[in-house]
Ligand binder design. Sequence first.
Ligand SMILES: Nc1nc2c(ncn2[C@@H]2O[C@H](COP(=O)(O)OP(=O)(O)OP(=O)(O)O)[C@@H](O)[C@H]2O)c(=O)[nH]1
Ligand SMILES: [Mg+2]
Length: 320
Amino acid sequence: MSDTTTNLDRLRASGKKEIAEALANLEINWDTRRVRTFLDDAHARSLGRSKGRIIGITGPPGVGKSTLIGTLIRLYRQQDLSVGVVAVDPSSQISGGSLLGDRTRMNPDPDDSRIFIRSLAARDRLGGLSEFAFPTITLMCALFDRVIVESVGVGQSESDVAGVVDSLVLCVQPGSGDSLQFMKAGLTEIPDIALVTKADLEGNAEQSFYDLKNALGNNAARGWKTQIHLVSTHSGTGLEDLCNSLDEHAACLRQGGQWAAKRQLQSRQWLEKSLGEQFGSIGLNHARAFLNAENLSTPFTTERDLSTRFRKIYLNISGS
Ligand SMILES: Nc1nc2c(ncn2[C@@H]2O[C@H](COP(=O)(O)OP(=O)(O)OP(=O)(O)O)[C@@H](O)[C@H]2O)c(=O)[nH]1
Ligand SMILES: [Mg+2]
């Protein structure tokens, strides 16, 4: 067993302070071989854990994402599953973050050591994911049974979030025209589950439900038809349906062997994005020639090795 695997076991058994430090360390010492090897072990560990699942909850500001996550946390804790949350915060670069608001809405039990909430700055004001989203979520998936990612946006950041989760849940507000905007953005294939939130409110929840039904494609190619539910965290409507759909989607991914393929594709996408941003299309094409099943199983050291090599070739900079 490698040192880092032992460290992972230790971290899993440790407290919130140690986990927060490990996640901060990942960013501070990002370019070191030690951190990359540690993350590759976390990646292997997360693939080997049949319990570990990553769920994305996305939708416009105020639609009820954090409140819903709070409810999911309590439901999962009742099943004795540990829960890590990553809140992607587009305002954090400007205002220092709204995690306080999210945390209040999630209302986690402060004494429960098996709930952990981490805020992550977004790449931009549209809620796109930063380079640290994939490594942060990978590490958390090695530590927690459920990792839930909250991200804001309709039409901009969904595809980013889809690239780091197993199941993506889109939330729309009743009577808001969110589904229309979503359709216009051409993202109807992306969510695995779609919810009309706040179904307890008088008004247009049913209409929004039918709008969504019309908007969403049948993802038959993936062997999964997007499930749509009306939910309310206040009255409890639809929560059981949501949990059932999440379980069914996870089972569907595992049965078809799609789950490992999806995680491998996510590694590839993250690597290509990172190398493409650093070295442009020439670097990206060069990288594509190298990537194979073996080095995609260690995405974090592969990214470091390739960027060191490309820096020497393209930028004439020698690295360690
Ligand atoms: N009536 C009703 N209100 C709800 C429900 N769920 C959430 N809300 C309210 O909606 C408001 C926003 O909820 P949040 O959970 O903070 O929404 P959010 O999508 O996380 O918001 P941002 O993080 O700012 O994007 C709060 O005032 C909640 O109390 C619901 O099921 N019914
Ligand atoms: Mg929120």
